[in-house]
Design a protein around this ligand. Structure first.
Ligand code: SAH
Ligand code: SF4
Ligand code: F3S
Length: 461
């Protein structure tokens, strides 16, 4: 089915090309995407919008007529990279003076940044914030038709209405991303997201359910629900557990994943639904950030180390095969060696199957940016120690899979090793085994035969 879907998409691409060649083929787009899964999905919406006005995807930015930078500002490293990449496309305007360059998303939404981007990059034509992406096609057309040259449009509205009519051009293979909510109310003191994404807004359950049914009817085998804090999903009294239960009641064979969960809102009801619903994956991303109660307090995370461990124990107690992953940060202002030791001991105790580890990066306008900062040399040593510990745990946990028979949803061929394909276990571990392209989109039982760090290999049963 999925093969068929892809084939149709290719056909559709060529036919739309022919159609637009005769009528209105406007040119090629190229999108640079940075940041979280939410942004990856947003780029699918940007692609959908551009395709509606006759643009088709270009294989590289050199041949594009519209280049979009869909930005992130979660850490300084992300911002620096993006600024460098924007600067790098300036020369393309020499060969193609009608090239349109747009910068959109989280970075532009920060105070004063749209204005400074406008001054720093005079060749950028469009700057849009996170709340008004749907203006993109009109602006691109207006620039293309020489009605305007440049436009900056960033809305400071904290509670914008959710746009339910945005076209989506999906490029994520067997998996389809589905937003269940937007924004964040938590104001963790290190985090810029609430300032650039506005307050929490949840989509209606019936809209989400009908989108999912549609996707399944079109051959998608895995749905990933997206939200900054999915556990605080709330729509007219319906909560996340209700939504998960309704989704699990849809018939047929498919998988559901969701991210991100927040320990202050995660609860036993959700654990029970995961346990009792074969379609809801036992893969839980539950960022802890720190193992020190003092630092968790300063971060405004609103749970303690003890409460976090209680949730972990409940998950492993009810679902022993669960794959729990996390985000962990080092170098938060005032973090002492003792605080850091608490993070290491929590990491040892939980034994995450994988963790994203970050060095704290001060973000303008957040509370923590005004606190006393640690020297980079301390942060660097701590991240090295944490990464080494987590790598050791991931490798050890991989060995637990050996001889297991795991159901794998095949996602892709392994480009580095012809004749092999890869996909994930229900718990989220990547497995490679011998197989052909035709298996993509199929559920296959695989016996795990070997493991190296967090990667697993196996043979088809
Ligand atoms: N809403 C999710 C994810 C937010 S961003 C959550 O609450 O967990 C993803 C991760 O980036 C966060 O979990 C955090 O670990 C990291 N992060 C956020 N702000 C950061 C900062 N200023 N410096 C370093 N890492 C940061
Ligand atoms: Fe940022 Fe905290 Fe919201 Fe996650 S929950 S997006 S870390 S403020
Ligand atoms: Fe980055 Fe915005 Fe996501 S800041 S992490 S792209 S919500």
């Amino acid at each position: 089915m999925l093969q068929l879907l892809r084939y149709y998409e290719i056909l559709l691409d060529y036919s739309s090309l022919l159609f637009y060649n005769i009528l209105a083929m406007s040119g090629y787009y190229y999108i640079f995407t940075y940041g979280c899964q939410m942004n990856v999905h947003e780029s699918e919406k940007i692609a959908g919008l551009l395709r509606e006005i006759g643009y088709v995807q270009s294989s590289d930015c050199e041949t594009a007529d519209v280049i979009v930078f869909n930005t992130c500002c979660i850490r300084d490293t992300a911002e620096k990279k993006i600024l460098g990449n924007i600067g790098d496309v300036k020369h393309l305007k020499k060969n193609n003076p009608s090239l349109i360059v747009a910068v959109v998303g989280c970075m532009t939404q920060q105070k004063g940044i749209a204005e400074s981007l406008k001054n720093k990059f005079p060749f950028v034509n469009i700057i849009l914030g996170t709340h008004n992406i749907e203006e993109l096609p009109k602006l691109v057309s207006d620039i293309d038709n020489k009605i305007i040259k440049r436009q900056i449009s960033v809305s400071s509205e904290d509670n914008p209405e959710i746009c339910e009519t945005m076209p989506i051009y999906r490029t994520s293979g067997t998996n389809a991303w589905v937003n269940i909510m937007y924004g964040c109310n938590n104001f963790c003191t290190y985090c810029i997201v609430p300032y650039v994404r506005g307050r929490e807004r949840s989509r209606a359950p019936e809209t989400i359910l009908s989108e999912i049914k549609n996707l399944l009817a079109n051959g998608y085998k895995e749905i990933t629900l997206l939200g900054q804090n999915v556990d605080s999903y709330s729509y007219e009294g319906y909560d996340f557990a209700y939504l998960l239960e309704k989704i699990s009641e849809i018939g047929g064979k498919f998988r559901v994943r969701f991210m991100t969960s927040h320990p202050k809102d995660f609860n036993g009801k959700v654990i029970d639904i995961i346990k009792n619903s074969p379609n809801i994956c036992n893969n839980i991303h539950l960022p802890v950030q720190s193992g020190s109660n003092r630092i968790l307090g300063l971060m405004n995370r609103r749970y303690t180390r003890e409460r976090y461990l209680e949730i972990i124990d409940e998950i492993y107690d009810k679902i022993p095969s669960a794959g729990i992953t996390s985000d962990i940060m080092v170098g938060f202002p005032t973090e002492t060696d003792e605080d850091f030791q608490d993070t290491l001991s929590l990491t040892e105790r939980v034994r995450f199957s994988n963790a994203f580890t970050f060095v704290y990066s001060p973000r303008n306008g957040t509370v923590a940016a005004g606190m006393e900062q640690l020297p980079y040399s301390v942060k660097r040593e701590r991240i090295k120690t944490l990464v080494a510990l987590q790598n050791k745990i991931s490798a050890e946990k991989s060995l637990d899979y050996i001889d297991n028979i795991e159901e794998i949803l095949v996602e892709d061929v392994n480009p580095k090793k012809p004749g092999t394909v890869c996909g994930r276990t229900e718990s989220g571990r990547l497995v490679t085994f011998s197989g052909e392209k035709a298996l993509i989109g199929e559920f296959v039982n695989v016996k795990i035969t070997s493991a190296k760090s967090s990667a697993l290999w196996g043979v088809k049963e």
